[in-house]
Design a protein around this ligand. Structure first.
Ligand SMILES: NC(=O)c1ccc[n+]([C@@H]2O[C@H](COP(=O)([O-])OP(=O)(O)OC[C@H]3O[C@@H](n4cnc5c(N)ncnc54)[C@H](OP(=O)(O)O)[C@@H]3O)[C@@H](O)[C@H]2O)c1
Length: 330
């Protein structure tokens, strides 16, 4: 018991020091890019960092589609963005990344209604404390954080491919995390319940996002769509509230007081979505508005291909459909 208290104490001190250091060295996106005439989708664009990313895009004149699984939160998020920016071209659409049906409905509506898609930010994510299977048979954390974003991205690719032009690629931004460093890809147990610590499962999902960016970059083969990952740092958002009021309260207290604000945490994703130089690379990992590097396993060609194949199978796509999705919408 004393050992556990000692461990929690040391971990908390380290987390606070790292958080304070990150907060004080946080870099802001300097891009002045105007987004008039452009369209962006931000998943989870109704809370935390996603809300700040969507607000930034709207303030630059973009049409912004924010997506989350709850009507109230989505409606409030949309209202908040319009009030802050005066931009009325903000749309809320329901999207539940833990449901293949919902992802398919969302993307098919987007393909029907939108003429273009310049930016897709795969920001939505869940923290720990969800050890159950979705209706689609996947571990909830894995499906929301990785498999759902994987399917959504592939289904939206035809529109991204249609929009991207030489010198001005369409951009996909995956929100990963420093916790990808503890992630592993264990195909046998990837969706297994009562097997992973929540934090480990979260790390696994964030490593998968890095491998996905690596593999999709190869498959796109310079087709004017780029995909990069970001690590926002430790940010004070409600993401870890879900672990019960006591632990959740402690974590939230630390996050709010010692870590980056959601606006500060949003900066790297905004940078990667807008900065000219960031648009010239793909399959890369950014931190603090700078090109960085994920852990070496995130660039493993063999695992990336295997993960791609396994993801296609789990999200119930077939090779013909995948092939069609890699062609621009006419
Ligand atoms: N906070 C950090 O320190 C930190 C660090 C590294 C990476 N990240 C990543 O940053 C991203 C944003 O998180 P945040 O910290 O800003 O937390 P947040 O405020 O909780 O935002 C998460 C967003 O994801 C949405 N979401 C949750 N489940 C969803 C589902 N099934 N389908 C669609 N959307 C869903 C949420 O919508 P509802 O609220 O309506 O459920 C919410 O808008 C996440 O990917 C997270 O893993 C966070």
């Amino acid at each position: 018991m004393l050992g556990l208290i000692y461990f929690i104490f040391i971990t908390s001190i380290v987390a606070v020091l790292v958080g304070l250091w990150q907060k004080n060295t946080n870099v802001l996106c300097k891009s002045k890019k105007n987004l008039e005439g452009k369209t962006a989708i931000v998943t989870g664009g109704t809370s935390g960092m996603g809300l700040r990313i969507a607000t930034d895009f709207a303030s630059r004149g973009a049409k912004v589609i924010v997506a989350c699984p709850f009507i109230d939160e989505g409606t409030n998020g949309r209202k908040h963005i319009i009030e802050r920016t005066g931009n009325e071209k903000v749309i809320f659409k329901l999207l539940d990344l833990s449901s293949i049906t919902s992802i398919r409905k969302f993307s098919s509506e987007i393909l029907q209604t939108e003429e273009r898609l310049d930016i897709l930010v795969n920001n939505a994510g869940v923290g720990i404390g969800f050890d159950y299977l979705t209706k689609d048979g996947m571990n909830f954390i894995m499906q929301v954080n990785y498999f759902g974003s994987f399917l959504l991205t592939i289904l939206l690719l035809p529109l991204l491919l249609k929009t991207g032009k030489p010198g001005e690629p369409a951009r996909i931004v995956n929100t990963s995390s420093v916790l990808h460093n503890i992630g592993v890809v264990d195909f046998t147990n990837i969706n297994r319940l009562n097997y992973w610590y929540g934090i480990q499962c979260y790390g696994n999902s964030k490593l998968c996002l890095v491998l996905f960016a690596h593999e999709l970059t190869k498959r796109l083969n310079n087709k004017n769509v780029v995909i990069n990952c970001v690590d926002p740092g430790a940010v004070g958002t409600p993401i870890f509230n879900c672990v019960g009021w006591f632990l959740g309260g402690i974590i939230t207290y630390f996050f709010k007081n010692f870590f980056k604000t959601p606006w500060e945490g949003a900066q790297t994703a905004i940078h990667v979505a807008l900065d000219k130089k960031a648009g010239e690379v793909s399959g890369q990992f950014f931190k603090n508005c700078k090109l960085s590097r994920a852990k070496q396993a995130g660039y493993d060609d063999k695992i990336a291909v295997q993960l791609w194949e396994e993801s296609i199978r789990l999200v119930k796509m077939d090779q013909d459909e995948v092939y069609q999705c890699l062609q621009p919408l006419s």
